[in-house]
Design a protein around this ligand. Structure first.
Ligand SMILES: [Zn+2]
Length: 308
């Protein structure tokens, strides 16, 4: 189990480096993001994972953003419409690509980790759009869907589940309960706003109180600009007893893709991440717009004592 080394490190107060973006990194390398490139260009995706491992990531996350049956089905009016005009493999495609995303990360580890313990995190976001908590399915429905998704990634060999860009306590709780019932270590990561609150308006204190009793292994914030993440970390850190972390995005969302900006080159990115480490965060990485160079800059933090 590759999670054990990471879990032990966190328990001992060590710093763990998470990887950077993969969806936007595919885009930055001038390839479209269609189908996540898992089936058509597996070596390309594997190469990005390898770059993140060589940059120093201790945990790499799969290229599986919104890879679920619901996301594919949402393009159609209803089942009849889907059967009428949809591609015939849509029932199985999401799970097959999800399993492939885990396998590619495991292969990258075998090629690039050189004996270093690297954990593969299955990156799973909300069932509906990550910035729209108002669209979330009921907790009962969410549990059914997460159970299928998590079983696929567990069978494919993921070491942990990284629930990312979460937007509400209720969906996080549903997903966390399912992950723990399957015996999977589980990190939950939330998007936050400029006040340091979840997108539902719920507070960090309320979220921590709901998730820690369920056995969450770490709580992180992600996919918001560094300033908003900073506001969130200030709210989160006084309440959390489990390990905490942060991986902001840099640039701007340009639907459906990403706009890269030069606002946070690696040296400046390291500065903001260092400030969160000083505040007590133990897991640092990157979301949309970050690159292997950003993660290489963060790798410095691993060896530094927490309170310099
Ligand atoms: Zn992001």
């Amino acid at each position: 189990m590759s999670y054990q080394a990471i879990g032990n490190k966190l328990a001992a107060g060590g710093t763990v480096i998470l990887d950077g973006a993969i969806g936007t990194e595919i885009l930055r390398r001038n390839v479209t993001w269609a189908d996540h490139q898992l089936a058509s260009r597996p070596e390309f995706v594997r190469g990005i994972h390898e770059d993140y491992i060589r940059a120093g990531a201790d945990v790499i996350s799969t290229n599986s953003f919104q890879l679920c049956r619901r996301a594919l089905y949402n393009h159609f009016r209803d089942e009849v419409h889907r059967r009428q005009i949809g591609s015939t493999d849509l029932d199985d495609r999401a799970n097959e690509l999800l399993a492939a995303s885990v396998r590619l990360a495991i292969e990258a580890r075998a090629h690039a980790a050189a004996g270093r313990p690297v954990a593969v995190a299955a990156a799973i976001t909300t069932l509906e759009w990550c910035f729209r908590p108002d669209l979330a399915p009921s907790p009962e429905q969410a549990k059914r869907e997460y159970r299928e998704i998590f079983q696929v990634v567990k069978d494919a060999g993921a070491d942990l589940v990284l629930l990312e860009t979460l937007n509400s306590i209720s969906e996080a709780r549903a997903a966390l309960e399912v992950a723990k019932s399957l015996g999977l270590p589980c990190w939950t990561s939330f998007v936050c706003d400029e006040r340091g609150r979840l997108f539902t308006g719920e507070t960090m204190a309320e979220m921590v109180a709901a998730l820690e009793p369920l056995g969450v292994d770490a709580i992180l914030l992600n996919c918001a600009p560094p300033g908003d993440i900073n506001a969130g970390m200030k709210e989160l850190l006084p309440h959390a007893r489990v390990a905490t972390g942060a991986y902001p995005h840099i640039g701007r969302f340009d639907p459906p893709e990403w706009m890269f900006t030069d606002e946070y080159p690696p040296a400046r990115y390291l500065q903001v991440a260092s400030s969160w480490k000083q505040m007590g965060a133990r897991i640092l990485g990157g979301c949309c717009g970050t690159t292997p160079e950003h993660i290489a800059a963060l790798a410095d933090l691993r060896e530094r004592p927490a309170q310099a």
